[in-house]
Design a binder for this molecule. Sequence first.
Ligand SMILES: NC(=O)c1ccc[n+]([C@@H]2O[C@H](COP(=O)([O-])OP(=O)(O)OC[C@H]3O[C@@H](n4cnc5c(N)ncnc54)[C@H](O)[C@@H]3O)[C@@H](O)[C@H]2O)c1
Length: 437
Amino acid sequence: MNALTELGRRIDAREARIGVIGMGYVGLPLAVEFAEAGFHVTGFDLDAGKVAVIQGGGSYIGDVPAARVQAARDAGRLEAATDSTALSKCDVINVCVPTPLTKTKDPDVSFIANALEEIRKRIHAGQLVILGSTTYPGTTQELFIPILEATGLKVGEDLAVAFAPERIDPANKQFAVRSVPKVVGGATPLCTELAVKIFRHVFDEVVPVTSTQSAEMVKLLENTFRAINIGLANEVALMCDRLGLDVWEVIDAAATKPYGFMKFQPGPGLGGHCIPVDPTYLSWKMKSLNFPARFIDLATEINTAMPQYVADKVGDLLNEDRIAVNGARVLVLGVAYKSNVGDMRESPALDVMRLLAAKGAEIRYSDPHVPELDLDGRLLKHADLSDDELQSADVVVIVTEHDAVDYEHVVAKAGRIYDTRNATRNVRENREKVRKL
Ligand SMILES: NC(=O)c1ccc[n+]([C@@H]2O[C@H](COP(=O)([O-])OP(=O)(O)OC[C@H]3O[C@@H](n4cnc5c(N)ncnc54)[C@H](O)[C@@H]3O)[C@@H](O)[C@H]2O)c1
């Protein structure tokens, strides 16, 4: 039997062994889903701490309760390792490593290249390799396949390669992993067929597209769509400020239209590993084809200017109270990049704090999800929201909204509030203290 035909049989029979390289926000949930679907899964991560937690039946990802990891461990279906030797035993290898930007804001595919090198050393006929990390169109075809085929194996005949973007949304309780359709594009029709087969075990719906490039572009379209629409919402916020209008009221009222409008909200800037980063992967690729990605550039310009806008507005507010920014006590509420998570990657709160600190403000922060943070080499610790903490701040700046925060209490006790998220929307008393973005 041909090695790929045998792979298809093993997948159908749930005998295929699954490998997941990169056990972070994406890799751990995926590994647990596969284990729960009855597969044997090995998670690979360079971080010995993460591997130890998984081996001990624990979890470091909010959306994956430790009980699920423990159950998968007890069933003998999940293990983790720092050493990638066991990749040779995996029939299906999912690559879920980071794809950040370099200091000069170009795509950094070094994590993919390193993972690929580990795979290359252990590749053999009958394996399916699926890249899940977000990346520019062409990565699988131009970077992955030539290195794997240099071993003498032929993609589509001896081994299979596909791209399947990840759509996970941390802390989103509305959509379970399996309820979000999975897009898959293989290097050949057989590669697509095998990738669809494996994902059908863990996703209710699998959406095949005709190439790896198309699947890579799907992901970039989704996140570019978000970045551009947030950029529009931010520009509308600046317009409303000039017009003396409440942008939140305008957007909420527009969102009552049942068709042809989708609600996006303004805020202090983009954060996280995806929305500020992914469009740059696309614009970088397009630049190499002499195509300027104008919408992306414009949205990036507007979105990256938001922390400065917020810092300026905080300065204006202090000025109204005859307080200089230099020496002012600024309490930042919420520093994670989004609601109800502790993830600080690319968080705009860091820029807001940096800009105000550069003008001499004394920065403190409160975020129940972030016990401490590093602000350019300075360690800051979370402050509990006591009456005293709120009263002693010259201004409280709400940068990220968390369900655990009592905004009624914040507005009652703080003297001045600058609310970049409309987190205080349901607070009726003392509205005069609150200024919104
Ligand atoms: N976090 C999200 O919400 C999200 C959503 C959709 C897509 N993505 C994409 O998924 C990919 C992974 O993102 P993430 O948020 O899970 O990242 P992460 O940083 O949480 O996890 C990545 C893990 O990979 C490990 N790693 C790096 N190089 C490795 C190697 N050579 N071998 C083994 N392990 C290695 C790291 O130690 C880390 O634990 C990125 O491309 C990202 O853009 C993320």
